[in-house]
Design a protein around this ligand. Structure first.
Ligand SMILES: [Zn+2]
Length: 77
């Protein structure tokens, strides 16, 4: 996979996904991604992006201020 910004090679990595929903904040750790070795641009596959949406959606229903979850945790179904 090539970086959309600079065209350099992107390497498989993990990152921390941070979402500010105004009423609350969601932090998802250990999210698989591709990271550009040159400019540091990060990219999620469609599958990962969809899973992140589901995690944030399910958490936002019952959380109050801040939630920290691990991407691979199955507690958020
Ligand atoms: Zn790049």
């Amino acid at each position: 996979m090539k970086c959309f910004d600079c065209g350099a090679e992107m390497l498989a990595s993990t990152t921390t996904h941070f979402v500010d929903l105004k009423k609350c904040i969601v932090i998802v750790k250990n999210v698989p991604c591709f990271e550009c070795e040159q400019c540091g641009e990060k990219y999620y596959t469609d599958e990962v992006a969809q899973r992140l949406d589901e995690i944030v959606e399910s958490l936002s229903r019952f959380m109050t201020e801040i939630a920290v979850v691990d991407y691979s945790a199955n507690s958020v179904a």
